[in-house]
Structure formats: structure tokens, C-alpha cells
Design a protein around this ligand. Sequence first.
Ligand code: FES
Length: 186
Amino acid sequence: MTRISMTVDGTRYEGEVEPRLLLVHYLRDHLGLTGTPVGCDTSNCGAGTVELDGDSVKSCSVLAVQADGGEVTTVQGLASGGEWTLLQTAFHEQHALQCGYCTPGMIMAARDLLKENPDPTPEEIRHGLEGNLCRCTGYQNIVRAVLAAAAEERRRRAPTPRPTEAARPDGQRPAAPVAARQEART
Ligand code: FES
């Protein structure tokens, strides 16, 4: 047995594991974090995607001992204070799931994709998520959800226009305040 410790979803864990134990089984069976599923036995489906030290990895293709000392984020660690992330909300609103088995991995992979490319095209999303399989073939709505989350994230990050810069409904710029007009004349 090997002693390991790691931070998962903000909580520090320590324990003894067999060196051959996969990270996904450590998360599920040792820590009880069953939000990360096992979707196949060949590391093909991506359902168990998590973040390890900032990188997206398939937790079924990483040994728990390889994550020793690391920081892991699972889909269960995304929501904060009962609030979903934009991606989680978008998956819900765009009906981007059917059975939902692929959803944790899709959300984690999409999160990684948007970190690299905050304004992806549908083709770039399909390419970025090609390591994640949806057996229900719900790809169309998954792509829509990622596009929606990306658009909302960009909208929130955009600087709010100052009142004098905001266009009026008639397309005209609002008049500057009197003091500013007088200053402009001088
Ligand atoms: S929603 Fe069922 S596998 Fe994707």
C-alpha cells in the first residue's frame, strides 16, 4: 500500500491505496465522490474527465498515486454556494443531455476548452470534445450549451459602457452633461 494525499474539490484527503488503483476508483470508492462516472473500460468515453493540477485528464487513465500531492476538481466541485456555473446552467437550459451519463465529463472537458478558447466556433467545440462520447448522440445540444455558456461568459466580462457612450434606442449618442458640453466649448 502507498500513502497518498491530494486536494479534491477543495478538501484535503489522505489515505493508503494500492499502487494500481485508478484515480476514478479512488474518487468514487474511497472518497464517495460518485459524480465522476466510469463509462467504459477502455478509457475511450471521457465520462470520468476531471481536472488535475489545471489540466483536463481522464481519471480512468491516471493512477491515484500519480495524483499524489495534486489538486483535483471534479464536476461536484464546480457549483459554489448552491449556484451552478455558466456551463452547468447552459447544459440544463439547452437540454444538453439525455441519460446524463456523459454530462460530468462533457462539462469538465468543455470547461477546459473554454479556458483555452473563450469564443469557440461549433466546429472547434466538436473538435475540443471529440475525446468525450455521448452514447445518446445528443451532440447538437451539447454544442449549443457550450456556445451559450461561452457567450454569457463573454457578455459578463465585457466592460459596461459608460452612460455617455451608450447609444440611445434611436441610434443617437446621448447628449453630454451640460458641464461637459461647456467644458468642450472652452
Ligand atoms: S446523454 Fe446519455 S451518454 Fe450523453
